[in-house]
Design a protein around this ligand. Structure first.
Ligand code: MN
Length: 322
């Protein structure tokens, strides 16, 4: 799992939260993501399936894409499709992904890079592996997270940002047993490059076999941990967790995760995506590619999409199909 890695001995250290003065978040429950297929067929795990929206707020949806080893000619992407009312955050761990949208945004992300797309008032886009990866096949593994937009900013102008993996803030635990990559927001004073309209924290932690990661976590944020690979336990109660499971933490000021001493041979460490955000506490109506506050706004989104108000697919695609 390449993502971005570093010699942990050279990194700034995260001080372990004092258990006497810091209230640790209990594990409320652990869910297991069902598997499915996205678009024309890449395998995904639906990380948030079955979790009430009120617990996810301000997050809406998350897919773990892959991990899959494609044969030549096999890699697949999505077709052109619309979004309105939220932001997509795509983090590539292995492999390469391309993005193009009707608002002029385009970019290629690979191992450890993140792409931020603010759909805002409406965008059409396509997400797919690049042509050379389709030809060669290869490893493909990433995550796409949907972050809600506050009511007042649902219809902002679309925006596209590429964030290189090398710009993530890196830190390690005191014993060097865990590496934390802060992609957005802040963890123990380490601030990542990503910025969404609503405050969030997003970090990818690699915890070595037998090691423990304990972090301070903002009390006004929710706290979720999704297991990308490996096995271990969550919280001081030691709730067992494995690949494809989501931990929903309760209230508190810190959280902890531990990696099992023995890991699956193909997955040498516990790999976890840590997520937190300040809940918007606004009504959420999510229908297909649109996330709005009311049903009437969803109807309006479909009308605007069908009337071509989300823009046009770039010309390259149009000539391609002629
Ligand atoms: Mn999309």
């Amino acid at each position: 799992m390449p993502a971005i890695t570093a010699d942990v001995l050279t990194l700034p250290r995260i001080a372990t939260p004092d258990p006497v003065t810091t209230e640790e978040r209990p594990v409320r429950y652990v869910t297991t993501a069902p598997t499915g297929h996205e678009g024309e067929g890449f395998p995904v795990r639906r990380a948030f399936a079955g979790v009430p929206m009120s617990e996810l707020d301000p997050f809406i949806h998350m897919d773990q894409m892959g991990e899959v080893e494609y044969a030549p000619g096999e890699p697949k992407g999505t077709s052109w499709h619309p979004h309105r009312g939220f932001e997509t955050v795509t983090y590539m761990i292995d492999g390469t992904f391309e993005h193009r949208d009707s608002h002029g945004g385009s970019g290629t992300i690979r191992g450890g890079d993140t792409q931020w797309m603010t759909a805002g008032g409406g965008v059409l886009h396509i997400e797919r592996p690049p042509e050379e990866l389709v030809v060669s096949g290869g490893l493909f593994h990433g995550v796409q997270l949907w972050v809600n937009l506050p009511r007042a900013q649902k219809l902002v102008l679309p925006r596209y940002q590429d964030i290189r993996g090398t710009s993530a803030a890196l830190a390690s635990t005191a014993d060097g047993g865990a590496l934390v990559r802060v992609i957005a927001g802040e963890v123990a004073g380490h601030t990542g490059p990503g910025a969404t309209y609503t405050p969030i924290t997003m970090a990818h932690a690699t915890i070595s076999p037998g090691a423990r990661l304990a972090l301070p976590w903002r009390a006004d944020f929710n706290a979720l941990a999704y297991v990308l690979a490996g096995s271990g336990s969550a919280g001081s109660e030691g709730r067992p967790i494995c690949k494809g499971q989501l931990v929903v933490f309760g209230h508190g000021e810190a959280l902890s995760l531990s990696a099992s001493t023995a890991q699956p041979s193909a997955e040498p460490a516990l790999e976890v995506l840590l997520l937190g955000g300040r809940p918007l506490r606004e009504p959420v109506v999510h229908y297909g590619p649109f996330v709005m506050n009311t049903k009437a706004e969803i109807v309006r989104a479909f009308e605007d999409y069908q009337a071509g108000r989300f823009g046009l697919e770039p010309a390259e695609r149009l000539t391609h199909t002629d």
